[in-house]
Ligand binder design. Structure first.
Ligand code: GLA
Ligand code: ZN
Length: 698
């Protein structure tokens, strides 16, 4: 798919706007536009949840207020991303067509209320959706002020109504063909769960089946299929209405309810909503949260491996996290520039103007209840808007990564449901984040891809806890290593197939030769336990950065039997002390490192640094001080943009590479010309205070 974020020459800046709350206040609507312009806003996202104002009663449509808003905004240089309003429905619709109401996993039919609560299968809901979407497209699809479609909003959730159950059975029939295939795939003979027909199957529910892993995994896949099918129906309506504008849907942070990879072929560009818990200071303050946020930016970018959009973020405090923390001065700009650094072609907010009532009245907004521009948040948002204008040269440039981490939702579903070596927590996301962070801190861009994506172009791939080897994945890893790739495979990998049936021929499945070891057992540790690993081969180059004598690990310790690999570190504790905890094996033109236990991050940092140096990788900045995030985007013309953002309260200093030109710097960075104290070849130094942002080009 070639379509891009529709930037119209500027990085998109603005956000959700729901003027239907203010139609009786033309003074406020006019003031909104004035203030948005002052804040350098160039786009709003409208129509989200506006159904009741667009179709006040069944079949009676009124788009006049929306047209007026789109027109006035456009006349003032502000574009509209138009949403389909289907994320929440009018009360009349629920009363008139009760089948649109969801049924929960206790079998109870829900009443009208909240949002995101419609049945994805209901023909009545689909019919009403089709009608309003098509009409919106007819009315606005060719309006010069409308630049994209935003389908629904943060889709998710499940419905267990009779219509959905029926659709599930049909989906299973398509997948398995006959019931004996299904019984085999789910190992249904256990506990007498053998089915004699598809009609006997119900979804996993609290009041019914909770333990049949194959069924639960397939139900999750079916939920993704339902949402995709619904989204495709919405897209069809928009296309039938005559619009060919690009289409996106807004994804959520760490959302486990859908396999987002399945939506990449129907969206023209991806977008997501970013609400980090800034200020929830762990040991490393906001730096830790910045890494976690970067992980999701890179995950969303990697879905299509091209520029995306940050559809929402909060300009101030949210009102739904456990504590509504204000953003420290400077953090707002750092949050926005972080998105651009990771490949977004715009950073938007929820919301432009704060509501007066109902559930989000205290959620942060560009314009708060006081309604003027002399607020701290407004000033910082305007400053950020100015910064984004300076950064328009980066539009369309890509984040090119030579490193990837495998992060796979279907693997996660299967593993977390599996009742295996540690039901008190497996820490899958955390394991992926450790590899990711080690790449990032070395100054390498990293993609986060799933098992279905290609490994072409990567030099090094980390595959943490790939419990489920989906069809073809073992072959893909083998080919990658054979051709010269460097693979890092961790504990609890290659255990089951696509339907969660255990492999019988030794694990990691089909890769024992490639890895040079077989995993024989895995030990779960209690929260208060830890193991340690001792460095055995300090002489090897990849161990050259391992500074500690021992490294701690927790949660899981796999016991390995070597088949050609050598042990680089061995366990120090328990009955498997002195057996391998980290291994190296050469295979084809490449190599595989095995990590058998859940090490603390410091091991990953030191070990990956050694491996990357040994592979001859040269980060673009030789020394990256802790707390400074470095990312690169590369334009078609070969120009490289380096984004540096400081997330630590202490001042940090960095040598700038030769030939660096400043594209943008905020007032929290001091750039100094080279003097005698600088290294040869440097184009000077930059000194960062907290939330300092600097963008240079080479
Ligand atoms: C989500 C929704 C928005 C709003 C924000 C509040 O991202 O999409 O409608 O509720 O959360 O943070
Ligand atoms: Zn349903």
């Amino acid at each position: 798919m070639v379509s891009k974020v529709p930037t119209r020459g500027k990085l998109l800046y603005g956000g959700d706007y729901n003027p239907e709350q203010w139609l009786d206040r033309p003074d406020i609507l006019a003031e909104d536009i004035r203030l948005m312009k002052e804040a350098h806003v160039n786009v709003v996202s409208m129509g989200i949840f506006s159904w009741a104002s667009l179709e006040p009663s069944d079949g009676n449509y009124d788009f006049s207020w929306l047209k007026e808003r789109i027109d006035s905004l456009y006349e003032n240089g502000i574009y509209t991303i138009l949403a389909t309003p289907t994320g929440s429905r009018p009360a009349w619709l629920a009363k008139r067509y009760p089948e649109v109401l969801r049924v929960n996993d206790m079998g109870q039919k829900l009443l009208f209320g909240d949002r995101h609560n419609h049945c994805m299968t209901s023909p009545a809901y689909r019919k009403k959706t089709y009608e309003i979407d098509r009409r919106l497209s007819e009315a606005f699809g060719k309006h010069p002020g409308v630049i994209a479609w935003h389908i629904n909003n943060e889709m998710g959730g499940e419905c267990y109504c009779p219509l959905c159950r029926e659709a599930f059975r049909n989906w299973l029939k398509d997948r398995y063909g006959c019931i004996s295939n299904l019984n085999r795939a789910w190992n249904a003979a256990f506990w007498s769960h053998t089915f004699t027909s598809f009609e006997e199957i119900d979804p996993p529910m609290q009041i019914g089946e909770t333990q049949l892993h194959g069924l639960k995994l397939d139900w999750k896949r079916f939920i993704t299929e339902r949402h995709k099918d619904f989204t495709e129906a919405e897209i069809r309506a928009v296309r039938d209405g005559g619009s060919d504008l690009p289409i996106t849907m807004n994804l959520m942070y760490d959302y486990k309810g859908l396999d987002y990879q399945d939506f990449t072929d129907i969206c023209d560009f991806m977008s997501w909503d970013n609400y980090p818990v800034w200020g929830k200071h762990g040991a490393e303050g906001n730096y830790d949260i910045a890494i976690d946020t970067a992980f999701d930016h890179d995950r969303v970018r990697s879905l299509q491996r091209k520029p995306y959009l940050m559809m929402e973020s909060c300009p101030s405090a949210t009102n739904w996290q456990s504590v509504s923390k204000l953003k420290e001065p400077g953090l707002l700009m750092a949050q926005e520039l972080q998105a651009i650094a990771h490949g977004a072609d715009g950073g938007l907010y929820f919301q432009m103007r704060q509501s007066r009532g109902a559930s989000e009245k205290f959620h942060g907004a560009l314009i708060d209840h006081y309604g003027k521009d002399d607020t701290r948040v407004f000033r910082e948002a305007a400053e950020t808007g100015r910064a984004l204008e300076c950064l328009s040269p980066v539009i369309g440039s890509e984040v090119k990564s030579r490193a990837a981490v495998i992060y796979d939702m279907q693997n996660r579903w299967a593993m977390e449901d599996a009742q295996g070596p540690r039901n008190a927590g497996l820490y899958y996301r955390e394991a992926c984040r450790k590899s990711y962070r080690a790449f990032r801190e070395f100054g390498l861009n990293a993609d986060l891809i799933d098992e279905t994506q290609s490994l072409d172009g990567y030099r090094i791939v980390a595959a943490p806890m790939v419990y489920m080897f989906r069809e073809g994945f073992a072959d893909k890893l083998q080919a990658f290593v054979e051709k010269g790739g460097c693979l890092i495979l961790t504990y609890w990998s290659g255990i089951v197939d696509d339907t969660d049936l255990c492999f019988l021929d030794g694990t990691p499945h089909d890769l024992v030769d490639v890895c040079g070891f077989r995993s024989t057992e895995i030990d779960g540790l209690y929260d208060e336990e830890w193991n340690e690993a001792v460095l055995r081969r300090p002489d090897l180059p990849e161990c050259g950065e391992l500074k500690e004598k021992t490294y701690r690990s927790r949660n899981l310790c796999e016991i390995l039997e070597l088949h050609g690999a050598e042990a680089l570190l061995t366990y120090k504790k328990y009955f498997y002390r002195d057996t391998p905890a980290v291994t190296r094996n050469f295979y084809g033109k490449g190599r595989v490192y095995g990590i058998a236990t859940d090490f603390d991050y410091d091991f990953y940092r030191d070990f990956y640094r050694g491996i990357l140096k040994d592979l001859g990788k040269e980060p673009i900045l030789k020394e990256i001080p802790s707390g400074l995030e470095v990312t690169e985007r590369e334009g078609d013309d070969g120009r490289v943009y380096i984004f540096l953002i400081s997330w630590k309260p202490e001042k940090v200093e960095v040598q700038l590479p030769e030939g660096a030109k400043v594209v943008y710097q905020n007032e929290r960075v001091d750039v100094r010309k080279p003097d005698h104290s600088d290294k040869a070849g440097s184009s000077g130094r930059a000194i960062f205070s907290d939330y300092g942002c600097l963008v240079i080009s080479l």
